[in-house]
Design a protein around this ligand. Structure first.
Ligand code: HEM
Length: 209
């Protein structure tokens, strides 16, 4: 199914985010971007570059032979993508298949009421790459098979921010010398007491004088 629909930008898809119109962005199957003829030979034979004669360099490109991502592999235009066909892989005399991980767009509006995980999770997964949310649940293969029904197109991956790794904030420098902090705390406690004692003393003194 992948590669045949319209290509949307993230902004376009983000607008479909409510109960009446709910679209999701989820990474789909791996779809080869070319026919066997076009990817003749292993990319290894050509210094990691497969020149498919057209178009852009995509980070999401992987080689099925070695699973290498990116590496300057060159993709063909989306319009010449072919459907994934596992027979192609088996019957191929060529060593490698170049594939793009398609990030697909799904219109799940009609599925909201029937989704076993509820509608809220789907609505909260709109407007972003929901691949991780989808995968974290561990959806069954029958759930994955259902997705085709809702497929409306692909996302222009250049409009989706790349996932960044979480780096914990740096710990503040541990202050080993606690003395000034301690003195300040002590003064905060003692100064009001001193003022109070002084006031009581003056009052006592002026009364008795
Ligand atoms: C087109 C997209 C989706 C389809 C077709 C789909 C389909 C399904 C199906 C069939 C189930 C039943 C369990 C299974 O067979 O795995 C399920 C459960 C569930 N889904 Fe989805 N789902 C989609 C997207 C999402 C997304 C994006 C999220 C999270 C943000 C999500 C969260 C859940 C949760 C929490 C459950 C319940 C799991 C449980 O109770 O064990 N789903 N989904």
């Amino acid at each position: 199914m992948g590669g045949e629909g319209k290509v949307y930008t993230l902004a376009e898809v983000s607008g479909h985010n409510d109960r009446k119109d709910c679209w999701l962005i989820i990474e789909g199957k791996i779809v080869p971007v070319g026919s066997r003829r076009m990817i003749a030979g292993s990319h290894k034979a050509n210094n990691g570059l497969v020149d498919l004669s057209v178009s852009t360099v995509l980070d999401s490109l992987i080689c099925l032979e070695c699973n290498a991502y990116g590496n300057g592999l060159i993709a063909m235009k989306k319009s010449v993508k072919t459907k994934f066909d596992s027979n192609m892989m088996r019957s191929s005399s060529f060593l490698s298949f170049l594939a793009a991980k398609n990030i697909m767009v799904y219109d799940v509006t009609k599925f909201l009421d029937d989704h076993p995980g509820g509608d809220e999770v789907l609505l909260s997964a709109t407007g972003k790459d929901a691949t991780d949310d989808f995968e974290d649940v561990g959806h069954s293969s029958s759930a994955k098979a259902m997705m085709d029904e809702f497929y409306v197109g692909d996302i222009d991956s250049s409009t989706v921010p790349t996932k960044t790794k979480y780096t914990p904030p740096k710990q503040p420098h541990y202050n080993q010398d606690k003395t000034p902090e301690f003195i300040i705390k002590l003064l905060q406690f003692l100064v009001p007491l001193l003022i109070l004692g002084l006031a009581v003393g003056i009052r006592f003194y002026t009364k008795s004088a």
